[in-house]
Unconditional design. Structure first.
Length: 215
């Protein structure tokens, strides 16, 4: 076995072990736990959060959990910025791992649904990525790997991910901030109400944006 094949096998095993560890400790993941862990690092908290988000993207951890925690930790604006940065960087890393390390393994084990996603990305390019980023029900982490196997260019993938992941990221960051404000018992209900209304408006606007992209 060549060194390249050994390296690929080790990377795949590492990712599988990481995913297994996430599944085994799934009950320990929560917004409060993540918030408590990151805020202890003071001024380094934003960098640690972005790095943790990258790891989450590779090991299939729930992205919405990190975005909600970012809103609670850093506020609705910077929480969205850090989440979008970490989520995009993590998506790029998973994309590159799939394209240059695990492409053969993923293609060999891809079922009909995964094959349709890969083919759709190859046909529609950035539009397919845009639709999947705008609809939060699509699994964020696995999609990064599937797109890496497809023929879509890295530049198109990055641009579509960064732009079209922004609405959901902003909405979830605001919701995380609202939850933190409500839990702290603060009396700024006007601010909380405005943030909540804006978040719901963003979510409601997504289907129209998807229709426009499809056309």
């Amino acid at each position: 076995m060549s060194r390249t094949a050994i390296l690929r096998s080790l990377v795949i095993l590492l990712i599988a072990a990481g995913v297994g560890a996430v599944i085994a400790h799934w009950s320990h993941f929560s917004v409060d736990a993540l918030k408590s862990w990151i805020e202890d690092f003071g001024i380094l908290a934003p960098l640690l959060f972005i790095a943790a988000y990258c790891v989450a993207a590779i090991f299939f951890m729930p992205a919405s959990l990190f975005t909600l925690a970012a809103g609670a930790l850093f506020g609705p604006v910077w929480g969205a910025v850090y989440s979008l940065g970490g989520g995009t960087l993590g998506a790029i890393l998973a994309f590159l791992i799939a394209r240059y390390v695990a492409a053969e393994w993923i293609s060999a084990h891809a079922g009909p649904r995964v094959s349709r996603i890969i083919d759709g990305a190859a046909r529609e390019g950035w539009r397919f990525v845009a639709v999947t980023r705008l609809i939060p029900i699509f699994p964020y982490a696995p999609l990064n790997y599937f797109f890496g196997v497809s023929r879509i260019s890295l530049l198109q993938f990055i641009a579509a991910t960064l732009i079209f992941m922004a609405p959901a990221t902003i909405a979830y960051s605001w919701l995380g901030h609202i939850g933190m404000e409500a839990a702290s018992g603060r009396d700024n209900w006007v601010e909380i109400g405005l943030f909540g209304f804006a978040a719901l408006a963003l979510i409601a606007f997504m289907p129209r944006m998807i229709k426009y992209i499809r056309r």
